[in-house]
Design a protein around this ligand. Sequence first.
Ligand code: GLN
Length: 490
Amino acid sequence: MKMADQIVEKTAIELGTLLADGQVSSVEIMRAHLDRVREVDERVGAFISLDEQDALAQAATSDERRKSGAPLGPLDGIPVAIKDVLAVRGQPLGCASRMLKGFVSPYDAHVIEQLRGQGAIVWGRLNMDEFAMGSSTENSALRVTSNPWDFERVPGGSSGGSAASVAALETPLALGSDTGGSVRQPASFCGVVGMKPTYGRVSRYGLVAFASSLDQVGPVARSVDDVALLLGAVAGHDGRDSTSVDQVVPDYFREAISADRKWRLGVPKEYFGAGIDPEVKVAVDKAIEFFSRAGCEVSEVSLPNTEVAVATYYIIATAEASSNLARYDGVRYGHRAAKAEDGVDLYFQSRAEGFGPEVKRRIILGTYVLSSGYYDAYYLRAQKVRTLIRQDFLNAFEKVDALLTPTSPVPAFRKGERTSDPLEMYLCDIYTISANLAGIPGLSIPCGFTQSGLPIGMQILGRPFGEREILSLGKQFEIGHEFAERRPNL
Ligand code: GLN
């Protein structure tokens, strides 16, 4: 086997050890991944663009730091690829939309500053659903991303590029964003690990806003330890995001909770009802059995407001989106229509040309639910229901430490299968949306495969700021299984 092949198969933590032992340089690591992208990305389609020289220059700088003998953190010299929704200074920032074609970010997001501060290589622009609206990456205005396990199928979304690139060994680590499941659902479709942190755990400064009360940046990797490492690197307080919480960031990687702890785990009965694929149910049931055999106390719990979560989300998320996306008016930045009769017409034309159909649908829905006469009936009511959904979780967490559910009711579906009916697409997020509405953290880990070889994901939901708990549970499962070690045949 070629050395480069071996490099791309390693996790970030393994690469860190090789770097520390002087067995490989960061430039070699970066070259191996760039070669891999050249080899497979025409078929996978995870990257929208990448700046090879910039990535190699960062790697060379890391190698120099290492030579100087300076003490280095575990991420120094390790590549982290970035979803096209996060601002990276000097790189394009497009949200996979025509609206932002050609826009170059003048600054770094907080999470990017954190990564740079720790010597990580920040590289690539990963494909996504336009403005993070979607569950399949089919809403990208720029390119098609395929599921590395089956090219006829979608990688999930909206962070489809993040999950596909990690699954295809194009990068050991990636960042995505999760407003209603956009990190966890593609992670489950692509057989990798992904997490949405507690709302406020990671700063949103430099994350292009979709629905500000729901958005969080989340890590994607091929092992729970790698996700823990990346989360620890990007989490923390930032005064530029007023919702970022000033709370100590634990060492998620080193401070895993011992498997001896007697966990109390809840299985919400509403997450196994109609619409769940039988193979998904079998795999998740088996994973639950694993935890009870390991000595955990497993009990059924109820989250009675689950049935209204999708409706609640699509009122709140679209309302916030209609407000957030009002800034794209063709005046200061973004697409500007070539011909317009006056100022108002310029807004009309620029927005009509710049946004794709799903984004327009969301803006129209969101503007409707906020409009006078409908505000009380929809938006205000949805906010009240949101409180009930959060209360359901807080009640459950009085009895249990974490909840086990499927991440998605179905494995990766075929391209085009759900594009004609938006509601079909919205229902993909039925198990992930509530965590965003409640603000709690959720982890998706591989827990099985279908007969036809598609990955299946399990979701572990935790208390607010319970990232350490759910990562420890995820790790305990990962140690007992080999699902996370299987690789798609490219
Ligand atoms: N699929 C959901 C939506 O379309 C969630 C997207 C996300 O988490 N960014 O809104």
